[in-house]
Design a protein around this ligand. Structure first.
Ligand code: PMP
Length: 351
């Protein structure tokens, strides 16, 4: 830390992103990316002409992409905010709506703690139950902003949207943010309820089911007023937060829905296959609705399993912490990748 740092940030512990190794080729099951390439329409949209246009600033209104999303989700462009990854949307939501604090789970997306600390938002940490499920009662009428990942990460567990509606209704004075980064893998979206609850803000991403993690595009859907607040923050930080190429790629991705739905179906089938196989090998595997599994083995610490897999060329995510230490979060890849994982796990267990 330099002596020039604003004391406001001296205790900030930044987020630790998953490893993105550039030196060795791994079977990469650590950051919940899609194993499939973006849709053919996306590859066409990211073309030479777009590259030549990079001399021009991007459209700060993000309108073509907002219109495509509005059409897809049956809302108006005024109901949509677009961010540089959903991290951008979540960051702005903490900044905009955290004045009375923010409630979120002890085991959830690690960035929530960082955003709270960055914006001096008081974090009200709600413990997940012993079985890692979330108790919606913890959030009813809690008198502050609420952040719930549904499905949750790293557990993959989800709660029904009826519970989310109850939470939104009982917190009418605060924004309830539902982070649906993984909703396309079998979860139930709260988007249809944003018209009914003006304090409900649903955040989604192009990084997972739409194979565009490297493009950095996420979005939030909510009432016109809540979206306008986020726009105020965006125009006060970086109005060009979405670059031209990513904007074109994302708009094309929204249109190629069938391609992505087919990918999600494949991933969900491989998830079930992998879960069954890991259970046969003695693992306890939570019932994930996301594109990853959260699994622990009674005879191996999570860290040892992570390290032994890494030595053998397979990367998974180990999250240190009292209730996560024994687990690893394993992204669902192709069937071939998961067969390689299972074979390697078996070798480790037999060694
Ligand atoms: N929410 C959750 C629950 C996540 O796991 C992630 C991925 N790390 C994000 C949001 C952010 O994803 P992105 O910024 O790539 O949209």
């Amino acid at each position: 830390m330099s002596r020039y740092l604003n004391p406001l940030y001296k205790d900030l512990i930044p987020y630790t992103p998953g490893e993105q190794p550039q030196n060795r080729k791994y079977i990469k099951l650590n950051t919940n990316e899609s194993p499939y390439p973006p849709a053919p329409g996306v590859l066409d949209a990211v073309n030479r002409e777009e590259a030549e246009n990079l001399r021009l600033y991007s459209d700060p209104t993000v309108m073509p992409l907002k219109e495509a999303l509005a059409d897809r989700y049956d809302v108006r462009p005024e109901n949509i905010f677009v961010g540089n990854g959903s991290d951008d949307c979540l960051n702005f939501a903490f900044m905009a709506f955290g004045a009375d604090g923010a409630a979120f789970a002890d085991i959830t997306y690690g960035f929530y703690t960082v955003f709270a600390s960055l914006h001096h938002v008081r974090a009200d940490i709600k413990k997940l139950k012993e079985d890692y499920t979330l108790d919606p009662a913890d959030y009813r009428g809690c008198g502050k902003a609420v952040f719930i990942a549904n499905p949750n990460a790293p557990t993959g567990l989800s709660i029904p949207v009826s519970k989310i509606e109850e939470i939104a209704q009982s917190n009418a004075g605060h924004v309830v943010v539902i982070d649906e980064a993984y909703v396309d893998f079998g979860g139930e979206s709260a988007v249809p309820f944003v018209k009914k609850h003006p304090n409900l803000l649903v955040v989604q991403t192009f990084s997972k089911s739409r194979s565009l993690a490297g493009a950095r595009v996420g979005y939030a859907i909510g009432s016109e007023q809540v979206i306008a607040d986020l726009e105020t923050i965006r125009y006060s930080t970086n109005p060009y937060n979405i670059n031209r190429i990513s904007m074109a790629a994302a708009a094309a991705a929204v249109r190629d829905r069938a391609y992505y739905q087919a990918n999600c179906r494949k991933i969900m089938a491989v998830r079930q296959y992998t879960k069954d196989a890991l259970e046969k090998l003695g693992f306890r595997v939570l019932d994930s609705q996301a594109n990853f599994l959260f699994a622990e083995h009674p005879d191996y610490s999570g860290k040892t399993m992570y390290e032994q897999l890494k030595e053998r060329g397979i990367l998974v995510r180990h999250l240190p912490g009292k209730r996560t230490d024994n687990f690893n979060r394993i992204t669902i890849g192709t069937k071939e990748q998961m067969d390689a994982l299972l074979k390697t796990v078996e070798e480790i267990l037999n060694s």
